[in-house]
Design a protein around this ligand. Structure first.
Ligand code: NAD
Ligand code: MG
Ligand code: MG
Ligand code: MG
Ligand code: MG
Ligand code: MG
Length: 340
Protein backbone atom coordinates (compact mmCIF):
# COMPACT_ATOMS: atom_id res chain seq x y z
CA UNK A 1 0.00 0.00 0.00
CA UNK A 2 1.36 3.41 -0.95
CA UNK A 3 2.30 5.69 1.96
CA UNK A 4 -0.02 8.71 2.07
CA UNK A 5 0.31 12.06 3.84
CA UNK A 6 -2.44 14.47 4.88
CA UNK A 7 -2.54 17.91 6.51
CA UNK A 8 -1.93 16.47 10.01
CA UNK A 9 1.28 14.81 8.80
CA UNK A 10 2.99 18.08 7.87
CA UNK A 11 4.15 21.22 9.70
CA UNK A 12 3.29 24.37 7.75
CA UNK A 13 5.67 26.47 9.86
CA UNK A 14 8.69 24.81 8.22
CA UNK A 15 8.04 26.32 4.79
CA UNK A 16 6.82 29.54 6.46
CA UNK A 17 10.29 29.90 8.00
CA UNK A 18 12.04 29.64 4.61
CA UNK A 19 12.34 32.00 1.62
CA UNK A 20 10.83 30.49 -1.50
CA UNK A 21 11.52 31.31 -5.14
CA UNK A 22 9.04 30.12 -7.75
CA UNK A 23 10.84 30.18 -11.10
CA UNK A 24 8.30 30.53 -13.93
CA UNK A 25 4.73 31.75 -13.86
CA UNK A 26 2.88 29.44 -16.21
CA UNK A 27 0.31 26.76 -15.44
CA UNK A 28 2.00 25.42 -12.30
CA UNK A 29 4.02 28.53 -11.44
CA UNK A 30 1.07 30.85 -10.89
CA UNK A 31 -0.72 28.23 -8.80
CA UNK A 32 2.26 27.48 -6.56
CA UNK A 33 3.17 31.15 -6.08
CA UNK A 34 -0.37 32.25 -5.21
CA UNK A 35 -1.14 29.26 -2.98
CA UNK A 36 2.17 29.66 -1.10
CA UNK A 37 1.53 33.39 -0.65
CA UNK A 38 -1.98 32.73 0.65
CA UNK A 39 -0.53 30.12 3.06
CA UNK A 40 1.66 32.80 4.63
CA UNK A 41 4.90 31.85 2.88
CA UNK A 42 7.56 34.40 1.86
CA UNK A 43 7.54 33.96 -1.91
CA UNK A 44 9.04 35.79 -4.87
CA UNK A 45 8.63 34.90 -8.54
CA UNK A 46 11.71 34.56 -10.76
CA UNK A 47 11.19 35.44 -14.43
CA UNK A 48 13.25 36.38 -17.45
CA UNK A 49 13.51 40.15 -18.13
CA UNK A 50 11.09 40.36 -21.04
CA UNK A 51 8.67 37.71 -19.76
CA UNK A 52 5.02 38.21 -20.66
CA UNK A 53 4.11 36.65 -17.30
CA UNK A 54 5.69 39.52 -15.36
CA UNK A 55 2.66 41.82 -15.56
CA UNK A 56 0.28 38.99 -14.61
CA UNK A 57 2.29 38.08 -11.50
CA UNK A 58 2.64 41.72 -10.45
CA UNK A 59 -1.09 42.29 -10.93
CA UNK A 60 -1.61 39.56 -8.32
CA UNK A 61 0.59 41.51 -5.90
CA UNK A 62 3.55 39.14 -6.19
CA UNK A 63 7.11 40.46 -6.19
CA UNK A 64 8.87 39.60 -9.45
CA UNK A 65 12.67 39.58 -9.86
CA UNK A 66 15.03 37.86 -12.27
CA UNK A 67 15.45 34.10 -11.92
CA UNK A 68 19.01 34.61 -10.67
CA UNK A 69 17.97 37.17 -8.05
CA UNK A 70 15.12 34.95 -6.91
CA UNK A 71 17.49 31.98 -6.56
CA UNK A 72 20.02 34.10 -4.69
CA UNK A 73 17.45 35.49 -2.23
CA UNK A 74 15.67 32.22 -1.59
CA UNK A 75 16.69 29.00 0.15
CA UNK A 76 13.92 26.93 -1.45
CA UNK A 77 13.84 27.15 -5.24
CA UNK A 78 10.90 25.59 -7.12
CA UNK A 79 11.64 25.20 -10.83
CA UNK A 80 8.43 25.61 -12.85
CA UNK A 81 9.64 26.48 -16.32
CA UNK A 82 8.99 23.98 -19.15
CA UNK A 83 10.92 20.73 -18.77
CA UNK A 84 12.88 21.34 -21.98
CA UNK A 85 14.29 24.70 -20.77
CA UNK A 86 14.90 23.80 -17.12
CA UNK A 87 18.52 22.80 -17.64
CA UNK A 88 19.35 26.17 -19.23
CA UNK A 89 17.63 28.20 -16.50
CA UNK A 90 19.22 25.96 -13.86
CA UNK A 91 22.77 26.33 -15.26
CA UNK A 92 22.53 30.06 -15.87
CA UNK A 93 20.48 31.37 -12.96
CA UNK A 94 20.09 28.76 -10.24
CA UNK A 95 23.30 26.71 -9.91
CA UNK A 96 25.55 29.77 -9.36
CA UNK A 97 23.24 30.88 -6.55
CA UNK A 98 22.94 27.62 -4.61
CA UNK A 99 24.32 27.45 -1.06
CA UNK A 100 24.71 24.35 1.07
CA UNK A 101 21.43 23.98 2.97
CA UNK A 102 19.30 25.25 0.10
CA UNK A 103 16.63 23.08 -1.48
CA UNK A 104 15.78 22.65 -5.15
CA UNK A 105 12.20 21.62 -5.88
CA UNK A 106 10.55 20.23 -9.00
CA UNK A 107 6.97 19.42 -10.04
CA UNK A 108 8.09 16.66 -12.42
CA UNK A 109 11.19 14.47 -12.27
CA UNK A 110 12.19 14.62 -15.94
CA UNK A 111 15.46 16.57 -15.63
CA UNK A 112 16.68 14.65 -12.59
CA UNK A 113 15.63 11.22 -13.86
CA UNK A 114 17.32 11.67 -17.25
CA UNK A 115 20.39 13.43 -15.87
CA UNK A 116 19.89 16.86 -17.46
CA UNK A 117 20.24 18.52 -14.04
CA UNK A 118 22.55 17.29 -11.27
CA UNK A 119 22.35 19.49 -8.17
CA UNK A 120 25.44 19.62 -5.94
CA UNK A 121 25.85 17.68 -2.71
CA UNK A 122 24.70 19.70 0.25
CA UNK A 123 21.44 20.71 -1.39
CA UNK A 124 18.09 19.00 -0.78
CA UNK A 125 16.37 17.81 -3.96
CA UNK A 126 12.63 17.37 -3.59
CA UNK A 127 9.50 17.05 -5.68
CA UNK A 128 5.94 18.20 -5.06
CA UNK A 129 3.99 17.25 -8.17
CA UNK A 130 0.30 18.09 -8.28
CA UNK A 131 -1.71 15.45 -10.13
CA UNK A 132 -3.69 18.04 -12.04
CA UNK A 133 -3.34 21.10 -14.27
CA UNK A 134 -2.09 24.27 -12.58
CA UNK A 135 -5.32 26.16 -13.11
CA UNK A 136 -7.18 23.51 -11.13
CA UNK A 137 -4.47 23.54 -8.43
CA UNK A 138 -5.22 27.24 -7.90
CA UNK A 139 -9.01 26.96 -8.24
CA UNK A 140 -9.28 24.07 -5.77
CA UNK A 141 -7.05 25.82 -3.22
CA UNK A 142 -9.10 29.02 -3.45
CA UNK A 143 -12.25 26.93 -2.88
CA UNK A 144 -10.76 25.42 0.28
CA UNK A 145 -9.86 22.09 -1.27
CA UNK A 146 -6.74 20.75 -2.98
CA UNK A 147 -5.44 18.60 -5.80
CA UNK A 148 -3.62 15.38 -4.78
CA UNK A 149 0.16 15.58 -5.02
CA UNK A 150 3.16 13.27 -5.23
CA UNK A 151 6.06 13.95 -2.88
CA UNK A 152 9.59 12.63 -3.31
CA UNK A 153 13.07 13.30 -2.07
CA UNK A 154 15.99 12.51 -4.37
CA UNK A 155 18.72 13.94 -2.12
CA UNK A 156 18.29 14.50 1.60
CA UNK A 157 21.35 16.61 2.37
CA UNK A 158 19.86 18.34 5.40
CA UNK A 159 18.23 15.29 6.93
CA UNK A 160 15.05 17.40 6.98
CA UNK A 161 14.11 17.17 3.29
CA UNK A 162 10.99 15.05 3.85
CA UNK A 163 9.58 17.43 6.45
CA UNK A 164 10.30 20.34 4.10
CA UNK A 165 8.70 18.66 1.08
CA UNK A 166 5.57 17.77 3.08
CA UNK A 167 5.38 21.32 4.42
CA UNK A 168 5.56 22.76 0.88
CA UNK A 169 2.91 20.27 -0.28
CA UNK A 170 0.65 21.40 2.57
CA UNK A 171 1.14 25.07 1.66
CA UNK A 172 -0.11 24.58 -1.90
CA UNK A 173 -3.17 22.68 -0.62
CA UNK A 174 -2.01 19.26 -1.77
CA UNK A 175 -2.33 17.59 1.63
CA UNK A 176 -5.99 18.59 1.91
CA UNK A 177 -6.54 16.00 -0.80
CA UNK A 178 -3.60 13.76 0.10
CA UNK A 179 -0.05 13.08 -0.99
CA UNK A 180 1.48 9.82 -2.17
CA UNK A 181 5.11 9.12 -1.31
CA UNK A 182 7.08 8.07 -4.38
CA UNK A 183 10.48 8.51 -6.08
CA UNK A 184 11.70 10.76 -8.92
CA UNK A 185 12.12 7.67 -11.10
CA UNK A 186 8.65 6.27 -10.45
CA UNK A 187 6.98 9.68 -10.83
CA UNK A 188 8.76 10.45 -14.09
CA UNK A 189 8.18 7.12 -15.76
CA UNK A 190 4.54 6.71 -14.69
CA UNK A 191 3.70 10.36 -15.48
CA UNK A 192 5.12 10.09 -18.99
CA UNK A 193 3.45 6.73 -19.55
CA UNK A 194 0.06 7.90 -18.27
CA UNK A 195 0.02 11.02 -20.41
CA UNK A 196 1.32 9.27 -23.54
CA UNK A 197 -0.56 5.99 -23.45
CA UNK A 198 -3.83 6.84 -21.71
CA UNK A 199 -4.71 10.38 -20.65
CA UNK A 200 -3.48 12.46 -23.56
CA UNK A 201 -2.08 10.36 -26.41
CA UNK A 202 -4.38 7.40 -25.89
CA UNK A 203 -7.55 9.40 -25.34
CA UNK A 204 -7.01 12.00 -28.08
CA UNK A 205 -6.37 9.35 -30.67
CA UNK A 206 -9.20 7.10 -29.47
CA UNK A 207 -11.61 10.04 -29.82
CA UNK A 208 -10.23 10.93 -33.28
CA UNK A 209 -10.46 7.31 -34.47
CA UNK A 210 -14.08 7.09 -33.33
CA UNK A 211 -14.94 10.40 -34.99
CA UNK A 212 -13.25 9.33 -38.23
CA UNK A 213 -14.99 5.95 -38.25
CA UNK A 214 -18.45 7.51 -37.92
CA UNK A 215 -17.93 10.38 -40.36
CA UNK A 216 -16.28 8.12 -42.97
CA UNK A 217 -19.38 5.91 -42.70
CA UNK A 218 -21.51 8.94 -43.61
CA UNK A 219 -22.83 10.07 -40.22
CA UNK A 220 -23.06 13.80 -39.46
CA UNK A 221 -19.86 15.19 -37.88
CA UNK A 222 -21.91 16.90 -35.16
CA UNK A 223 -23.35 13.54 -34.12
CA UNK A 224 -19.88 11.98 -34.19
CA UNK A 225 -18.56 14.84 -32.04
CA UNK A 226 -21.25 14.33 -29.39
CA UNK A 227 -20.91 10.56 -29.27
CA UNK A 228 -17.11 10.35 -29.31
CA UNK A 229 -15.93 13.54 -27.57
CA UNK A 230 -18.57 15.51 -25.72
CA UNK A 231 -19.94 12.66 -23.61
CA UNK A 232 -16.43 11.67 -22.51
CA UNK A 233 -16.46 14.08 -19.57
CA UNK A 234 -19.62 12.67 -18.05
CA UNK A 235 -18.32 9.12 -18.34
CA UNK A 236 -14.98 10.13 -16.85
CA UNK A 237 -16.67 12.03 -13.99
CA UNK A 238 -18.47 8.81 -13.01
CA UNK A 239 -15.19 6.86 -13.17
CA UNK A 240 -13.52 9.41 -10.89
CA UNK A 241 -16.42 9.22 -8.41
CA UNK A 242 -16.69 5.44 -8.22
CA UNK A 243 -14.33 3.73 -10.58
CA UNK A 244 -15.21 1.93 -13.79
CA UNK A 245 -17.93 0.08 -11.82
CA UNK A 246 -19.91 3.24 -11.06
CA UNK A 247 -19.72 4.29 -14.68
CA UNK A 248 -21.05 0.87 -15.71
CA UNK A 249 -23.77 1.09 -13.05
CA UNK A 250 -25.02 4.42 -14.43
CA UNK A 251 -25.04 3.55 -18.12
CA UNK A 252 -27.80 1.41 -19.69
CA UNK A 253 -27.51 -2.36 -19.74
CA UNK A 254 -27.21 -2.03 -23.50
CA UNK A 255 -24.17 0.22 -23.15
CA UNK A 256 -22.68 -1.96 -20.41
CA UNK A 257 -23.03 -5.14 -22.50
CA UNK A 258 -21.46 -3.32 -25.47
CA UNK A 259 -18.57 -2.28 -23.23
CA UNK A 260 -17.87 -5.94 -22.35
CA UNK A 261 -18.16 -7.41 -25.83
CA UNK A 262 -16.84 -4.59 -28.03
CA UNK A 263 -14.32 -2.82 -25.78
CA UNK A 264 -11.82 -5.71 -26.01
CA UNK A 265 -12.24 -5.77 -29.80
CA UNK A 266 -11.01 -2.16 -29.96
CA UNK A 267 -8.48 -2.32 -27.14
CA UNK A 268 -7.08 -5.75 -28.01
CA UNK A 269 -3.82 -7.49 -27.09
CA UNK A 270 -1.92 -5.36 -29.60
CA UNK A 271 -2.73 -2.25 -27.61
CA UNK A 272 -0.92 -3.58 -24.56
CA UNK A 273 2.04 -4.62 -26.72
CA UNK A 274 2.13 -1.08 -28.10
CA UNK A 275 1.86 0.36 -24.58
CA UNK A 276 4.75 -1.83 -23.49
CA UNK A 277 6.85 -0.44 -26.37
CA UNK A 278 5.97 3.12 -25.31
CA UNK A 279 7.00 2.27 -21.73
CA UNK A 280 10.28 0.76 -22.99
CA UNK A 281 11.13 4.05 -24.72
CA UNK A 282 10.35 5.98 -21.53
CA UNK A 283 12.47 3.68 -19.35
CA UNK A 284 15.41 3.64 -21.75
CA UNK A 285 15.44 7.42 -22.12
CA UNK A 286 14.73 7.19 -25.87
CA UNK A 287 11.56 9.31 -25.57
CA UNK A 288 13.34 11.93 -23.43
CA UNK A 289 16.22 12.15 -25.90
CA UNK A 290 13.87 12.45 -28.89
CA UNK A 291 11.90 15.24 -27.17
CA UNK A 292 14.96 17.19 -26.00
CA UNK A 293 16.87 16.79 -29.30
CA UNK A 294 13.84 18.12 -31.20
CA UNK A 295 13.39 21.01 -28.75
CA UNK A 296 17.08 21.90 -28.97
CA UNK A 297 16.77 22.04 -32.77
CA UNK A 298 13.91 24.55 -32.52
CA UNK A 299 11.17 21.89 -32.19
CA UNK A 300 10.57 21.20 -35.92
CA UNK A 301 8.88 17.84 -35.33
CA UNK A 302 6.82 19.17 -32.41
CA UNK A 303 5.60 22.18 -34.42
CA UNK A 304 4.74 20.06 -37.45
CA UNK A 305 2.75 17.59 -35.35
CA UNK A 306 0.99 20.37 -33.43
CA UNK A 307 -0.14 22.03 -36.69
CA UNK A 308 -1.26 18.76 -38.25
CA UNK A 309 -3.28 17.71 -35.20
CA UNK A 310 -4.91 21.14 -34.89
CA UNK A 311 -6.15 20.64 -38.46
CA UNK A 312 -8.07 17.43 -37.64
CA UNK A 313 -11.71 17.83 -38.76
CA UNK A 314 -13.01 17.17 -35.23
CA UNK A 315 -11.54 20.53 -34.16
CA UNK A 316 -13.55 22.52 -36.72
CA UNK A 317 -16.74 20.65 -35.86
CA UNK A 318 -16.18 21.21 -32.17
CA UNK A 319 -15.42 24.90 -32.55
CA UNK A 320 -18.82 25.53 -34.16
CA UNK A 321 -20.73 23.20 -31.86
CA UNK A 322 -19.32 24.61 -28.64
CA UNK A 323 -20.80 28.02 -29.44
CA UNK A 324 -24.14 26.40 -28.52
CA UNK A 325 -22.85 25.38 -25.10
CA UNK A 326 -23.22 28.54 -23.06
CA UNK A 327 -22.40 26.57 -19.88
CA UNK A 328 -18.97 25.60 -21.17
CA UNK A 329 -17.53 29.13 -21.24
CA UNK A 330 -14.57 29.17 -18.87
CA UNK A 331 -13.74 32.60 -17.55
CA UNK A 332 -10.70 32.04 -15.36
CA UNK A 333 -8.01 31.06 -17.80
CA UNK A 334 -6.27 32.57 -20.80
CA UNK A 335 -6.66 29.67 -23.22
CA UNK A 336 -6.98 30.82 -26.83
CA UNK A 337 -9.29 28.66 -28.99
CA UNK A 338 -7.35 26.61 -31.54
CA UNK A 339 -3.96 26.67 -29.79
CA UNK A 340 -2.25 23.94 -27.79
P1 NAD B 1 4.24 26.36 -18.61
O1 NAD B 1 4.64 26.06 -20.00
O2 NAD B 1 2.79 26.57 -18.31
O3 NAD B 1 4.92 27.67 -18.04
C1 NAD B 1 6.26 27.92 -18.09
C2 NAD B 1 6.58 29.32 -17.61
O4 NAD B 1 8.00 29.36 -17.55
C3 NAD B 1 6.18 30.42 -18.58
O5 NAD B 1 4.93 30.94 -18.28
C4 NAD B 1 7.27 31.42 -18.33
O6 NAD B 1 6.94 32.17 -17.18
C5 NAD B 1 8.46 30.57 -17.99
N1 NAD B 1 9.40 30.33 -19.11
C6 NAD B 1 9.11 29.78 -20.31
N2 NAD B 1 10.19 29.69 -21.08
C7 NAD B 1 11.20 30.19 -20.33
C8 NAD B 1 12.58 30.39 -20.57
N3 NAD B 1 13.15 30.05 -21.72
N4 NAD B 1 13.31 30.92 -19.57
C9 NAD B 1 12.76 31.27 -18.40
N5 NAD B 1 11.45 31.11 -18.12
C10 NAD B 1 10.71 30.59 -19.08
O7 NAD B 1 4.87 25.20 -17.67
P2 NAD B 1 4.07 24.16 -16.79
O8 NAD B 1 3.15 23.34 -17.65
O9 NAD B 1 3.53 24.85 -15.59
O10 NAD B 1 5.26 23.18 -16.36
C11 NAD B 1 6.17 23.50 -15.34
C12 NAD B 1 6.61 22.22 -14.65
O11 NAD B 1 5.48 21.64 -13.97
C13 NAD B 1 7.13 21.15 -15.59
O12 NAD B 1 8.14 20.43 -14.93
C14 NAD B 1 5.91 20.24 -15.79
O13 NAD B 1 6.22 18.93 -16.17
C15 NAD B 1 5.32 20.29 -14.39
N6 NAD B 1 3.90 19.95 -14.30
C16 NAD B 1 3.01 20.67 -15.04
C17 NAD B 1 1.67 20.41 -14.90
C18 NAD B 1 0.65 21.28 -15.60
O14 NAD B 1 -0.42 21.43 -15.07
N7 NAD B 1 0.93 21.92 -16.72
C19 NAD B 1 1.21 19.40 -14.02
C20 NAD B 1 2.16 18.71 -13.24
C21 NAD B 1 3.51 19.02 -13.39
MG1 MG C 1 0.89 13.86 -15.27
MG1 MG D 1 3.59 15.24 -17.30
MG1 MG E 1 -24.71 7.68 -26.45
MG1 MG F 1 -26.38 0.10 -15.65
MG1 MG G 1 0.67 23.65 -24.10
Amino acid sequence: MAEMFYDDDADLSIIQSRSVAVIGYGSQGHAHALNLRDSGVDVRVGLAEGSKSRAKAEAEGLRVVSAAEAAAEADVIMILVPDQVQRFVYAESIAPNLQPGDAVFFAHGFNIRYGYITPPEGVDVCMVAPKGPGHIVRREYADGRGVPVLVCVEQDASGEAWALAKSYAKAIGGLRAGAIKTTFTEETETDLFGEQAVLCGGMSHLVQAGFETLTEAGYQPEMAYFECLHEMKMIVDLMIEGGISKQRWSISDTAEYGDYVSGPRVIDAHVKQNMRAVLDDIQSGAFAKRFIDDQDAGAPEFKKLRAAEAGHPIEATGKELRKMFSWLKSADDDYVEGTA
